[in-house]
Design a protein around this ligand. Structure first.
Ligand SMILES: [Cu+2]
Length: 492
C-alpha cells in the first residue's frame, strides 16, 4: 500500500517535472538577438562556427563544403576582418535617390492607424530601376512602427523588421528606407512592428513598380483589407467603380490574413502576374476563380470591358459599369499549369542546401502559456529552425502542412520558384511567388537563389499565426545584427 503510494507520488512528480521542463523551455530570453534564435539547420551545407557562439549547435546534414561568393555583383564590402557584416551595412547603392517619399505614421484610436492621414496609405508609384528613398516618421504610434516592403527584394537594412534589421521607430523619430525597385510589379508596404495589430489596424499601403517602358496610368490598384471585420477595396466598403482601358492591368493586393478569390464576369481575363512576377504566355481564362494568397498579389488583364471583378466577401469591383453577378463558386484556376513553360536559370536539381519547413500543430507551451500551438519541423517557438545559407547557394525547400489550417508562407528578401505541389511538377509559366497559399495537406517544393545577404524572416503571413510562433529565419553566414528582440521590438 505504502509502496504504491510512493510510486504514484513519484510518477506524479516525474510527470510534473516533464511538464515543467517543457514549460520552462517555452520562453525566449527577454532580450534576444535574432541571429541566435532557433536551431541551426545547415540544409546539408556547412555552417560556420560564429553562429554557434550561443551554444545552440544542432547543425544538421554535414555534406560538402559549398563556398560561393556573390555572383550577382553586389558590393561585398562592409565585411570586417573577421568576415562578419552587420545588417545595417547591407544597403542600396549610395548616391541621390530617383524618388523620395515621406510617410507619417499616426495612431487614430485603439487598433486604428493611418499613414499621411489615411488608410490605406498613399499608393507609391515608382519606375523600374529607380533608387527609392522613403522617410518614415512616427508622429503618434506609442508602440513604435517600421515599414516592410512586401515582395520587394530590398537590401536587408531596408527590410523593416523590428528587432532584426532596425529598431522600431518611436514617436518623434524617423527611419530612411533606400532600395532599388529592380522588378516591375505589384507590391505593398506595411509595419513589421506588432504587425498582427498594426497591419490589421491599417498601417499599410500599395507600392507599384511600373515597367521601364510604359505609359502613365496604365493600371488600377485594388487593395483588399479587412477593417473592423468589414472587407474593403482601397479603404471603401461601398461598391467600387474602376474605369479601365483595354490593355490595362488590375493590380489586386490581398493584405488580409486569409486568402480571397476573384471571379470575373462578363469577360475573359488573363493572369498577367503573381506577386510581382510576370506570367509567361498568359492565356484567356473563363469561368474560373483565381485565389489571391494572404499577402499575395494577382495582376489581372481583362479581355473585354465592361466587366465585373467579384472579390469573395467584398461584393464587387465594377469595371466600366459591368453588372454585378451572383455566380457561386467556380473551379479554381490552377497556376501550376497556367501559361507557357520556359526554362529558368536556376539549378534546382542540384541544390546547395535542402531544407524542410514542416507545419504542424500540437499541445504544449509557448511563452509559458498552454495551448494547441503551431509547430515547425515538430518544434514550437522559440525552438524554430534557423535556415543557414551562403551567398550564391541554390536552395530547395519542401513545405508541408498537416496543421489543420491554411498558411500563407512568406519569405522576405527573395522570390521563390514553385517546383511542384503534392508531387505534381509545375508545367506552366515559371511560377514565382513570395506568398504561398499552403493549404492543409499540401506539400510544395520550392527553390530560390540565395542572392541577397541578410537575416530574413520566413513566416506565416496570417499575422496572428506569426504572433503565435509560426516564424523562422533564413540567415546568411557571416551576417549579424546589432538589434534585439525585446519588449520594444516585437516584429510579429
Ligand atoms: Cu499560418
Amino acid at each position: 500500500m505504502r509502496v504504491r503510494a510512493v510510486l504514484a507520488l513519484l510518477g506524479t512528480g516525474i510527470l510534473l517535472a516533464v511538464i515543467g521542463w517543457f514549460w520552462a523551455g517555452s520562453f525566449a530570453p527577454d532580450d534576444l538577438s535574432a541571429a541566435d534564435m532557433g536551431d541551426v539547420d545547415g540544409g546539408g551545407g556547412t555552417v560556420r562556427a560564429e553562429r554557434d557562439r550561443s551554444g545552440s549547435t544542432g547543425m544538421t546534414g554535414g555534406g560538402d563544403h559549398h563556398d560561393h561568393h556573390g555572383g550577382n555583383g553586389r558590393d561585398a564590402g562592409g565585411h570586417n576582418a573577421g568576415g562578419v557584416v552587420s545588417v545595417d551595412r547591407l544597403v542600396a547603392r549610395s548616391g541621390p535617390a530617383d524618388r523620395h517619399f515621406v510617410l507619417r505614421a499616426q495612431q487614430a484610436g485603439p487598433h486604428r492607424y493611418l499613414i499621411n492621414g489615411r488608410t490605406p496609405g498613399p499608393v507609391l508609384r515608382v519606375r523600374q530601376g529607380d533608387l527609392v528613398e522613403v522617410k518614415l516618421i512616427n508622429e503618434s504610434v506609442p508602440n513604435g512602427v517600421t515599414l516592410h516592403w512586401h515582395g520587394v527584394d530590398v537590401p536587408n537594412a531596408a527590410d523593416g523588421v523590428a528587432g532584426v534589421t532596425q529598431d522600431a521607430v518611436k514617436i518623434g523619430q524617423e527611419y530612411v528606407y533606400r532600395f532599388v525597385a529592380d522588378r516591375a510589379g505589384t507590391f505593398w508596404y506595411h509595419s513589421h512592428q506588432l504587425s498582427h495589430e498594426q497591419v490589421l489596424g491599417g498601417l499599410l499601403g500599395a507600392l507599384v513598380v511600373e515597367p521601364r517602358r510604359s505609359t502613365a496610368e496604365s493600371d488600377a490598384v485594388a487593395l483588399i483589407h479587412l477593417y473592423q471585420g468589414k472587407r474593403t477595396v482601397n479603404g471603401s466598403a461601398a461598391r467600387l467603380k474602376i474605369n479601365i482601358r483595354d490593355g490595362q492591368r488590375l493590380r489586386v493586393i490581398n493584405t488580409d490574413n486569409g486568402p480571397v478569390t476573384l471571379q470575373v464576369a462578363g469577360a475573359g481575363y488573363r493572369v498577367l502576374a503573381t506577386d510581382g512576377s510576370d506570367v509567361v504566355g498568359p492565356t484567356e481564362v473563363r469561368d474560373r476563380e483565381v485565389t489571391v494568397t494572404a499577402g499575395g498579389r494577382v495582376d489581372l488583364g481583362l479581355d473585354a470591358i465592361p466587366a465585373t471583378v467579384e472579390i469573395s466577401g467584398v461584393g464587387w469591383v465594377d469595371v466600366n459599369g459591368g453588372a454585378p453577378t451572383t455566380a457561386g463558386t467556380q473551379p479554381e484556376l490552377d497556376l501550376l499549369r497556367y501559361g507557357r513553360h520556359v526554362p529558368v536559370d536556376l539549378q534546382t536539381a542540384t541544390p546547395d542546401r535542402t531544407f524542410r519547413y514542416d507545419l504542424g500543430r500540437r499541445p504544449g507551451f509557448v511563452r509559458g502559456k498552454p495551448g494547441l500551438w503551431w509547430t515547425i519541423n515538430g518544434k514550437m517557438w522559440p525552438k524554430v529552425p534557423m535556415f543557414m545559407v551562403s551567398e550564391g547557394d541554390v536552395v530547395r525547400m519542401t513545405i508541408t502542412n498537416h496543421s489543420g489550417d491554411v498558411h500563407p508562407m512568406h519569405l522576405h528578401g527573395h522570390r521563390v520558384l514553385i517546383l511542384s505541389r503534392n508531387g505534381e511538377p509545375s508545367t506552366g509559366s515559371p511560377w514565382w511567388l513570395d506568398s504561398i497559399n499552403v493549404r492543409d495537406g499540401d506539400t510544395y517544393v520550392i527553390a530560390f537563389r540565395a542572392d541577397n545577404p541578410g537575416i530574413w524572416m520566413d513566416h506565416c503571413h496570417n499575422l496572428p499565426h506569426a504572433a503565435q510562433g509560426l516564424i523562422a529565419h533564413l540567415m546568411y553566414q557571416g551576417v549579424t545584427t546589432p538589434y534585439r528582440l525585446n519588449d520594444t521590438n516585437e516584429p510579429e
